[in-house]
Design a protein around this ligand. Structure first.
Ligand SMILES: [Zn+2]
Length: 243
């Protein structure tokens, strides 16, 4: 890691943070980590991640893993395992050059990582109501015809109740008769993620907030034209913003 010291690029807007995801119990103690960091001569800040939140957020389970983010927070490079320092260094130089040239706009990267909201389970429990927590963090479903929005016909947008990401709009809302707010499309492809859900003896496609990972609902293929899709969303996972 010699070439990757924090001090080296600090004046160019680049920060290096070490995240320690422990393997053994004694590595969970901050004082032990601090001693090792000092003995190895590491000059960048190191934080401990005993709950593996970083691994979950970035979908890795291997260490060491280096992520290189550009100034706008996009993940632009990833290296798993020891070595590869020269390539990482080259990428850093390339990104630093990009950032000093306004004509060279940043494109590509991993959109899913943009602006990610990562919180511990304890934090979500504190911030959300018990119903919101049950639905968004434990993949719950509210009873039909009980939520705030299934019969809402006002014009506006619906944001994720957990993080404020705009996920649906009244333009694409329709009366499905199911008792849940139903939409024929999300506000933008990049605002949600789809995942296969095989719980409760069914094969369904789960809809997740791309920004914070909140469970929002499911999508089914019996919706109206032109998409033919029905996004069946829990009111408790949404917050309506009138426009
Ligand atoms: Zn969210």
């Amino acid at each position: 890691m010699a070439g990757l010291s924090h001090a080296q690029y600090r004046d160019q807007g680049l920060t290096i943070v070490g995240v320690h995801s422990p393997e053994f119990d004694n590595e969970k103690k901050i004082e032990n980590v601090r001693r090792e960091v000092a003995s190895l001569g590491i000059r960048f800040p190191v934080v401990t991640d005993n709950e593996f939140e970083t691994w979950h957020a970035y979908k890795v389970d291997a260490w060491p893993t280096i992520f290189v983010l550009d100034k706008s927070g996009h993940v632009r490079g990833k290296h798993v395992g020891e070595g590869g320092y020269a390539q990482t260094e080259q990428l850093i130089q390339k990104l630093l050059a990009e950032q000093t040239s306004p004509a060279n706009t940043i494109s590509g990267g991993n959109e899913a990582m943009t602006d990610k909201v990562v919180k511990t389970d304890e934090e979500w429990r504190k911030e959300l109501s018990p119903e919101q927590y049950y639905i968004t963090r434990q993949k719950g479903t509210e009873p039909a015809f009980t939520g705030a929005y299934w019969d809402n016909h006002e014009a506006g947008v619906y944001t994720c109740v957990a993080c404020g990401n705009t996920v649906f709009s009244s333009d694409k809302k329709f009366d499905s008769g199911t008792g849940w707010p139903s939409f024929s499309a999300p506000i933008a492809e990049k605002s949600i993620t789809e995942e296969s859900d095989t719980t409760h003896g069914m094969i369904r496609t789960e809809i997740i907030c791309k920004r914070c990972g909140a469970h929002l609902g499911h999508v089914f293929s019996d919706g109206p034209k032109p998409t033919g899709l029905r996004y069946c969303i829990n009111s408790a996972a949404l917050k309506f913003v009138k426009q």
